[in-house]
Ligand binder design. Structure first.
Ligand code: NDP
Ligand code: HEM
Length: 526
């Protein structure tokens, strides 16, 4: 059973600054003026109106009125911590990335884990993929690896992302989660099935906590070495705590009893010095192998089976410091797959290409044009360039340095030259609809037969998990989704149909019954 809220931990983590240190400070306005009584407003007489000249009062309210920034459009509820990455194997033959420049090299980093569909206050135990976002403060600047706890995704054409996300959020009329919208989309877009299979397993959709899940780059990226040669790669962060999931019943119970369970588990573990860690493995493929490979390596709905492309252990990261201020260090963190450094590049995966636009775009909306100046997002190396000014510029704005390539104060030449002989893309502009083939069902089938089939009870749980959700969708949509599951395996389609229709029948029978809550307590008024 999952750990309960322990008052001792709550007490320990409250306001860690020592009382002695605090007592040396007086309360001041944001402009520094000391204030005698911060919780009293200036008024005329004892019961009279307040005065406009009370700057402290007005300033406090203007700030309060602007406290909220937009939450992330997806992945709004998340938690994070600081840590360190250590390289454990020499892979300089693949990459010149400074994180891997020598065995033992350490790079400071930040991690943020999240659910996807819910708002900032929703339960950590929702059935959902989990975000697995990492920011590395390298010598060459910020490098972000923004992945999930699933090695695949629901789409492979980026144009589907906004509509897909709408169906996972709330109904435009009722503002409620809607199983019909959810399955209506998925049953019409069958390339989603691999991710759906992983999502409805206990481990994929309801991880035991953030410490107990693996993380994946999911996309194919490119490693580039000192000579400019490249390899394709996928990244896997395997939890050293072990990957495990909650059953549907446990997750639903936590929804109500401890909606911050994953946040609490991560925070408390770090607070007591039980630092969680993940081992990094990479899968690497040459361009020639990629061309001949059975699967399109830019198709985000596919994995590279381990027996085809072995996992190579290359490093480990450990989270060892909780944020001192959640808003400053976690809420304002801006991760993007476009934050790359020499030695790693994005691949031609179309979903990844669109992500490189979407994240910085939303950061400008969520945090402002100078979001890179927020300390958690700032590179730790010196930055000289020709960008200047803009709203909320809080640095020295590069002082008196020229804001154009000046002959008077030239910058040094960067020695990492882009290699122009990588991929060559030739073709006509096309607008292909996704073509679904039998190949799309091979890996979901392997997951059902070999992965879930190997672990006692996991196939049964999977069927139960789907039935509990799919039963809420309209009958014609349920029918369409049974057909998709049957393409994975006829046995699976049949089992899901039977289990779902049983739950749907029970739900229909109970529909007219009143909500099962004890009579509300009525207060008598005189
Ligand atoms: P393998 O048997 O070599 O690997 C299976 C992988 O699945 C392992 O990484 C395993 O992790 C992981 N796994 C086990 N149970 C679950 C679960 N309930 N939810 C999510 N992942 C789980 O086989 P293949 O490489 O041929 O892959 C077979 C299928 O496994 C794939 O089609 C895919 O669905 C799934 N998978 C594959 C991954 C890959 O990168 N190849 C990664 C993750 C999942 P562990 O070893 O810790 O048990
Ligand atoms: C967050 C867009 C696919 C992982 C976000 C955000 C946007 C976005 C706009 C909010 C960012 C912010 O406010 O800081 C997209 C688009 C996608 C896509 C357009 C596809 C076209 C994916 C995929 C993955 C992923 C495939 C994983 C492999 C994440 C994570 C976050 C996130 C982990 C949270 C980052 C954080 O912790 O701040 N996405 N996304 N997304 N996305 Fe995506």
């Amino acid at each position: 059973c999952f750990p309960k809220v322990t008052p001792s931990f709550i007490a320990k983590r409250n306001f860690s600054i020592s009382p002695k240190k605090m007592s040396q400070n007086v309360y001041r306005t944001n402009t520094g003026c000391p204030i005698f009584n911060p919780t009293a407003s200036a008024r005329i007489g004892k019961g009279g109106p307040v005065l406009l000249q009370d700057f402290h009062l007005i300033d406090m309210f203007q700030h309060f009125d602007r406290e909220r920034i937009p939450e992330r459009v997806v992945h709004a509820k998340g938690s994070g911590a600081h840590g360190v990455f250590e390289c454990t194997k020499d892979i300089t033959k693949y990459t010149k990335h400074t994180m891997f420049s020598e065995v033992g090299k350490k790079t400071p980093m930040l991690a943020r884990f999240s659910t996807v569909g819910g708002e900032r206050g929703t339960p950590d135990s929702a059935r959902d993929p989990r975000g697995f976002a990492l920011k590395f403060y390298t010598e060459d600047g910020i490098f972000d690896m923004v992945g999930n706890n699933t090695p695949t995704f629901f789409i492979r054409d980026p144009a589907k992302f906004p509509v897909f996300i709408h169906t996972q959020k709330r109904n435009p009329q009722t503002d409620m989660k809607d199983a019909t919208m959810f399955w209506d989309y998925l049953s019409q877009n069958e390339e989603s099935i691999h991710q759906v299979m992983i999502l409805f397993s206990d481990r994929g959709g309801t991880p035991y906590g953030y410490r107990f899940m693996n993380g994946f780059s999911s996309h194919t990226y490119k490693f580039v070495n000192e000579k400019g040669d490249f390899h394709y790669c996928k990244w896997h962060f395997v939890s050293d705590q072990g990957a495990k999931g909650l059953s549907d019943e446990q997750a639903k119970s936590l929804d109500g009893s401890n909606p911050d369970h994953a946040r609490k588990d991560l925070f408390d573990a770090i607070e007591r010095g039980d630092y969680p860690s993940w081992t990094l493995y990479v899968q690497v493929m040459t361009p020639e192998e990629a061309e001949k490979y059975r699967y399109n390596i830019f198709d985000l709905t596919k994995v590279w089976p381990h027996k085809d492309v072995p996992m190579q252990e290359v490093g480990r990261f450990t989270l060892n410091q909780n944020p001192k201020n959640f808003f400053a260090e976690i809420e304002q963190a801006a991760f993007s797959p476009s934050h790359m450094v020499p030695g790693i590049e994005v691949s031609a995966d179309p979903v990844l290409q669109v992500r490189t636009f979407s994240y910085p775009d939303t950061h400008r909306h969520r945090l402002g044009a100078n979001f890179e100046q927020i300390p958690v997002n700032s590179p730790k190396c010196p930055v000289f360039n020709y960008s200047r000014d803009g709203p909320m510029n809080v640095t020295d704005n590069q002082g008196s340095m020229p804001n154009y390539p000046s002959s008077l104060q030239p910058l040094a030449k960067e020695h990492h030259e882009p290699n122009e002989k990588h991929e060559k893309w030739v073709g006509q502009v096309t607008y292909h609809m996704d073509e679904i083939t039998d190949l799309d069902f091979e890996q979901p089938r392997a997951f059902w037969e070999r992965v879930l089939g190997k672990q006692p009870g996991q196939q049964d749980n999977f069927v139960k998990n789907v039935a509990g959700h799919l039963s809420g969708a309209l009958p014609e949509i349920r029918e369409r989704q049974y057909k998709v599951f049957s393409r994975v395996h006829t046995d699976l389609g049949q089992r899901i149909r039977e289990a779902t229709e049983k739950v749907a029948k029970e739900m229909a029978e109970n529909e007219s019954a009143p909500i099962n809550i004890a009579e509300p307590h009525m207060f008598q008024t005189n």
